[in-house]
Design a protein around this ligand. Sequence first.
Ligand code: UD1
Ligand code: CA
Length: 452
Amino acid sequence: MNRYAIILAAGQGTRMKSKLYKVLHPVCGKPMVEHVVDQLSSLSIDQTVTIVGFGAEKVQSYLEGKSDFALQKEQLGTAHAVMQAEELLQDKKGITLVICGDTPLIKTSTMEALMEEHTKLGAKATVLTDYAEDPTGYGRVIRNEDGHVERIVEQKDASEAEKSSKRNYGYILLSTIPGDLKKVKNDNAQGEYYLPDVMEILKSEGQIVAAYQTSDLEETLGVNDRVALSQAETIMRKRINEAHMRNGVTIIDPASTYIEADVQIGKDTVILPNTYIQGLSVIGEDCLIGPGTEIKACKIGNATTIKQSVAHDSEIGDEVTIGPFAHIRPASSIHNEVKIGNFVEVKKSEMGPKSKASHLSYIGDAKVGSDVNLGCGSITVNYDGKNKHLTTIEDGAFIGCNSNLIAPVTVGKGAYVAAGSTVTEDVPSEALTIARARQVNKEDYVKNLNLK
Ligand code: UD1
Ligand code: CA
């Protein structure tokens, strides 16, 4: 049987009080709606249609290639939203899963189970329900004495007795996109066409309607405001951390470890507290990351240590040590066995294998070879107020403490730069350059000042 999915993502999300469209708010670094789409991608779905309205272009640009789109010009309710997919799906036979784009915690396994239950029962519509001690804000699932679903009533339309139902609805599955949706009316508190109303209509026509209850009580959390957003973030973070721990990563304090959804980490890597690992970062095996470290979109090799440091959009090799208090800025490439010590900033630079900058340096727009030693306080002077220039330091060079290398400039292979030099011209290989004034000692100078 063919399977289709419709994701509802046209609402503005007034309750978020945000300039950003609701479904684009990130949960663990990834827009809510993208979580939904990614969970769907592991099911065999023949076609996915996302209903867009508010911020349509932005939502589409995030999901391009992962979904087709239908525009809902006016947001007249969830049933009306589903009907917008009619044109794309009307000739197709199969079952259609309808998911809200603001429910980022739904899991593939649950959607699969929901579809199986629906097919097994030969139902025309099946809802996924969840048991919540406090279902405030959700539609309530109303059942008859036999426990069968009668209808779903929105909180704003529910009587006091109905509100006490502890079951709420999360998703709905339909056997086709039925003409039945056209029978839904908008005579309710919000003047909207509610999708869940289709249940009662189908039931009154003698069709089978069913409910499938999840065992994971958190999955149907709908993010309508920022309080729910933080709840979703907490649950998702816990899930992500647990998945890494199950894969062999040690996380000393999961409560203070913030790993975004698409990060990959190798076995036996240890993550220390107060650490953020973001974007499409990939970390190898046997690394030690943290405490107090922020890594964004970096590719890191094996057995590397990064403590109390920030690294963004860079590549870092094997057996590298970084920190404490270092800053690796974008477009840097740190090769194997490099040492970047305390208070060192590296920007758009390459550090060749086994090179060291152990203390208090700025390395910007530089190409540093292998086995180079950058002494304490050595600096590439890359900016003339208008343009940035390149510094090249060839293999085995030794840069003395507190040297300024005024770019563009090259220090040749194995050359020495004397401490305190300000180098403005290229240094030949194997040469020693001393680019500072010679020391002058004025004997008895102080005594002769006659200060008394
Ligand atoms: C909806 C359900 C409620 C359920 C809850 C689960 C309805 C009427 N109510 O309520 O029973 O418990 O979800 O999270 O379905 N949307 C559109 N077009 C519209 C209206 C909404 O695309 O015209 C989209 C929104 O962008 C959102 C989703 O549909 O992603 C749900 O809309 P929302 O307003 O959040 O519905 P709830 O009040 O949460
Ligand atoms: Ca919602």
